[in-house]
Design a protein around this ligand. Structure first.
Ligand SMILES: Cc1cc2nc3c(=O)[nH]c(=O)nc-3n(C[C@H](O)[C@H](O)[C@H](O)COP(=O)(O)OP(=O)(O)OC[C@H]3O[C@@H](n4cnc5c(N)ncnc54)[C@H](O)[C@@H]3O)c2cc1C
Length: 469
């Protein structure tokens, strides 16, 4: 079989802020970088539409720098479906999907940075499968890609600062955001706002959003009980201030925060430790990482929201930290360590690592505030009725699941989590509803064409037989 194979120093998976910052640092030090993302351009979730098109100056600078580099290869619309190997000989198999055709390729790399970001946490409630009910970030992404929301009445619900960002971008595109429904309490929000003084850029961002949304109704201690309609959504029922309130709307954009995408890290075998995480914690990542963000597999680094949800500033700093660590380890492995400027370059990297670690601490404090403020309330686990669908891929209802003792039993008997999303949606929901832990790490990560499966078999042979030279 004729799969194209690329050889590189550093493979970065994910071209969001983390991946872009990591690529920039490695390129500055003269290394070859392959950057992979399943979107059709760089920017990740926050800089959707391309890093080069954003108001954020950091995005523009990163995009410009990357566009000018001859040592960078970008693979967009390419999903890493398999990753294996060990230091100096990692192998990733990519599925490229363009129009209706799909091809595969392979990247052989000396070091890997996993920067696969996070996804929305969606929770089931009666009516959540009606057309017109979407994730909060989901509707934002659709609208940013041109989906018409002008004149549509939207309720934005769930939890976290993302609700404000979503509501603001929908309003900008002409939607009528009638209500923002936040499940956390007003007193928690007040404490969070006070803590924002420690990170003035976030405070300004919050004030800017509050100003843009001054005409929208903002309800705290409120959550969706039910979405109602015939063929599509017509109204939602909200629990607010001890009362059930009904709101007419065209869209309900509902997201309960973000959860790290851990499948790739788990699939290659990075160690996890769930014992240190509070049970109700969804935003944190159980990945075991060194202070330099190296995983339990030497040469594999994890950064950005894969390591826990904390916003774009934390993502950028972690990208730099992971790349500095990866580049330093490449330099230390070089045979000619005595070359002129080499000691100086290594010292410079060591300094970058120290600075990035300090910055990381600051933004991690912000991340902890996020987590404690927007922890999910108990009532959200009680919303399902017996006939509420929990696994939308396989149409599995709450009553079919509740009789099972664990995820495995539920999966084997009902096919829950065995559809196209492979439990990415219902797996997290089931953790909240039943306390079940999902098995994360199975390769290939998604249904793949035969060509990719053959490339995976070849990869296993290659990585066990040869080192990259
Ligand atoms: C739906 C959504 C909307 C958001 N909107 C906002 C917002 O409006 N404002 C805000 O401040 N923050 C927003 N955030 C949070 C924001 O994404 C983060 O703060 C920040 O972008 C994290 O950067 P990252 O690089 O770690 O991850 P991301 O930006 O998520 O980038 C990770 C990239 O990796 C790619 N990827 C994942 N797995 C693979 C794979 N196997 N193969 C190839 N590519 C892969 C993903 O497609 C993605 O492009 C949003 C998050 C989500 C999930």
């Amino acid at each position: 079989m004729n799969t194209t194979t690329f050889h590189t120093d550093l493979l970065i998976i994910g071209a969001g802020p983390t991946g872009l910052a990591a690529a920039q640092l490695a390129l500055e030090h003269g290394y070859e970088v392959d950057l992979v993302d399943d979107n059709f351009q760089s920017g990740g979730q926050i800089w959707r539409g391309g890093a080069q098109t954003q108001h954020d100056k950091r995005a523009q600078l990163l995009a410009k720098m990357l566009a000018q580099s001859s040592r960078l290869r970008c693979h967009f619309q390419s999903k890493v479906v398999h990753l294996n190997g060990s230091i100096n000989q990692f192998s990733a198999v990519l599925d490229h999907v363009q129009n209706t055709t799909s091809t595969s390729s392979r990247i052989m790399a000396k070091r890997v940075i996993i920067a696969t970001g996070a996804r929305e946490l969606l929770l089931p409630f009666p009516g959540w499968t009606l057309p017109g009910v979407t994730g909060a970030g989901g509707l934002q992404a659709l609208a940013k890609s041109g989906y018409p929301v002008k004149g549509k009445r939207v309720v934005v619900a769930g939890t976290g600062p993302l609700l404000l960002a979503v509501a603001a971008s929908l309003v900008e595109r002409g939607a009528i955001v009638t209500h923002i429904v936040e499940q956390t309490s007003f007193s928690k929000l007040k404490r969070f706002a006070f803590k924002l003084f420690a990170t003035p850029s976030k405070l300004w961002q919050a004030l800017g959003l509050a100003w843009k949304l001054r005409q929208q109704q903002y309800w705290s201690t409120a959550f969706v009980l039910e979405a109602l309609g015939g063929k599509r959504l017509e109204r939602v029922v909200i629990q607010h201030a001890g009362e059930r309130k009904t709101i007419e709307c065209d869209f309900l954009a509902c997201g309960f925060g973000l959860v790290p995408n851990l499948e790739l890290a788990a699939g290659i075998g990075c160690k996890f430790d769930t014992t240190k995480l509070p049970e109700e914690s969804f935003m944190r990542s159980p990945l075991t990482l060194s202070p330099r963000l190296e995983s339990s597999i030497a040469g594999v680094f994890c950064a950005g929201e894969t390591t826990g949800v904390g916003g774009v500033d934390l993502a950028l700093v972690e990208g730099r930290l992971a790349a500095s660590s990866a580049v330093l380890s490449l330099k230390q492995a070089q045979t000619d360590n005595t070359a002129p400027n080499e000691t100086e370059a290594q010292q410079q990297l060591a300094n970058t690592i120290v600075e990035a670690k300090a910055d990381r601490n600051k933004w991690q404090t912000f991340a902890s505030n996020l987590e404690s403020t927007f922890a999910l309330r108990e009532e959200l686990t009680q919303l399902c009725r017996d006939d509420t669908i929990v696994c939308r891929c396989e149409d599995v209802r709450f009553q079919e699941l509740k009789i099972h003792p664990d995820w495995r039993s539920a999966k084997l008997h009902t096919r829950c989590g065995m559809g196209p999303c492979q439990g990415r949606v219902c797996g997290t929901a089931n953790r909240l509803l039943f306390g079940w832990e999902r098995d994360l790490g199975r390769m290939p990560l998604s249904a793949s064409p035969i060509e990719s499966l053959l490339a995976i078999v070849e990869s296993k042979e290659v990585t066990s037989n040869q080192e990259i030279t």
